[in-house]
Design a protein around this ligand. Sequence first.
Ligand code: NDP
Length: 288
Amino acid sequence: MSANIIDGNLVARKLRTELKLRADLLAETWIQPGLAVILVGNDPASSVYVRNKAKTCGELGIRSEVFNFPSDISQDMLLRQIQDLNANPEIHGILVQLPLPGHIQLEEVIAAIAIEKDVDGFHPCNVGALVTGHALFRPCTPFGVMKMMAEYAIPIQGQHAVVVGRSNIVGKPMALMLLEKGATVTICTSKTRDLVHHTRHADIVVMATGKANLLTAEMVMEGATVIDVGINRMADGKLCGDVAFAAVKEKAGHITPVPGGVGPMTIMMLMNNTIEAAERAKTGMQSI
Ligand code: NDP
């Protein structure tokens, strides 16, 4: 039997309607959520992501400001810019578009963002607070995955979840969020011996490797939920995920497509975090 498709566009549209209402409510009190996006250099993919974020902000009534710096900007200049934005009451969220050029120390830049404006959830304090379940902001991609799973009423508690990938932006926070909801979590990496053994015993598999078609049907348990975070561009220009979709969907119970799965949720969770930052600024509830 073919899997139920988890429609990221549908869930994102529903969330968009809710977010617009929240932004409108803030507007009634003369507060417009503000997002500052820092882009260093002119990486084409990053520029597209930044444009999409700014466009979605506009649709929701969020003020967005893009600061595009040349790729040779100094670390000090960048830190000074972040400090200015930290102090700016019209800016509620600050996002540094990754990747940054090699001479910039990413950790130092992220740590310079005020935690109450860290809408990407990458600040070490927010990461630490995620471990204890008290993060001010949750990283957008795994947060979006949790939202989608909730929307499709996919059980998590007591389930065996296998997360393939351990990056700070996807794999690790994904594993923590699943753990928080009571899943038994296994994290696999490129060093894992016998990946198949793990994925085959999983009720939930989250793929976040950037390796096209890595998860094949033989690696999946009948009826499992398969979440595909990967985005890979093929030689013909088409996008595909980390899951061999056509075959795996015949075995899985639920599956996310690429495109149209996790991707549309990521940007919506960023909007969610920005609006939440503005709501908190209004009520003064900003500490962990
Ligand atoms: P990273 O490259 O930072 O991490 C990839 C992870 O996958 C690493 O932990 C790596 O292991 C692991 N890995 C690589 N190959 C294998 C393998 N053969 N078997 C098991 N594990 C493997 O990537 P990101 O986490 O940043 O992104 C992952 C994917 O998700 C990418 O395709 C990216 O484009 C996409 N993405 C999509 C988003 C969306 O909105 N949909 C948002 C963010 C990312 P090791 O640590 O041992 O090297």
